[in-house]
Design a protein around this ligand. Structure first.
Ligand SMILES: CC(C)(COP(=O)(O)OP(=O)(O)OC[C@H]1O[C@@H](n2cnc3c(N)ncnc32)[C@H](O)[C@@H]1OP(=O)(O)O)[C@@H](O)C(=O)NCCC(=O)NCCS
Length: 204
């Protein structure tokens, strides 16, 4: 099985060319684009906030070298064509305020999981809904996936709101699916199918 996880939990690697192209995607207020090394201070600025890290599987950064290391990991994935993330650049300020991208991709099932995070000073402005809608569009219209998943800890309902607003359906709760910062946590699984995306696009 070709299953790629961010932390390479499984053997085998995706050898197609789907993720070589992580083209910039422009929305009303954002540009999703490949991360560059000079984004490290911006990423450190929000990544050191324990509130931003609370419901994700990485620890809050303690130094800017940790954000450089994250960027190096993404740049290696861009080069290898592996599932990776875009930086979320705020057009009005030209700074990176978050990331969004693919956690894994299953070639034989045409499915992938999307994950994201955003600087606290930008929460509740609809920005992640804007970014996730664009990534869902890219997933179906450019990558031709059949299913896009996302999951959030039950204690992080704002993330579920983002998924719902983007047309994803709640599929169930997976008990203690993850261990986050030493505690087992329940997660809600959401997904949107190609057929649902097509019906939604048709209605608009
Ligand atoms: C979760 C996160 C991505 C949301 O991004 P955002 O840009 O603030 O999301 P949006 O503004 O598009 O939408 C948030 C929605 O959640 C709602 N919301 C906020 N806090 C809430 C809460 N405690 N309970 C329920 N809903 C909540 C908002 O009202 C809004 O819904 P509305 O537009 O209907 O009013 C952002 O808070 C974040 O990055 N958090 C830290 C990292 C993280 O948790 N990543 C996701 C891991 S699954």
């Amino acid at each position: 099985m070709k299953l790629l996880y961010g932390k390479r939990l499984f053997e085998g690697s995706y050898t197609g060319d789907l993720f070589f192209s992580m083209p910039p995607i422009e929305t009303e207020r954002l540009v999703l684009r490949r991360l560059e090394m000079n984004d490290a201070p911006d990423i450190f600025n929000y990544g050191r906030d324990p509130e931003v890290a609370r419901h994700v599987l990485w620890e809050a950064y303690e130094s800017v070298s940790e954000s450089r290391s994250y960027i190096r990991t993404m740049q290696r994935r861009y080069r290898l064509g592996e599932p990776s993330s875009w930086g979320i650049e705020l057009k009005s300020e030209g700074r990176v305020v978050g990331t969004i991208g693919y956690m894994w991709y299953q070639e034989e099932h045409s499915s992938a999981e999307v994950g994201y995070s955003l600087a606290r000073d930008q929460w509740n402005r609809g920005l992640m809904t804007e970014a996730l809608s664009a990534v869902i569009r890219h997933s179906f219209e450019v990558l031709h996936l059949n299913r896009v998943e996302a999951q959030h800890e039950l204690t992080n309902p704002a993330s579920g709101e983002v998924m719902k607003k983007c047309g994803m359906q709640y599929e169930g709760t997976l008990r203690e699916r993850l261990r986050n910062k030493g505690r087992y946590v329940d997660v809600a699984l959401y997904a949107i199918l190609r057929s649902e995306y097509a019906a939604r696009s048709h209605r608009r």
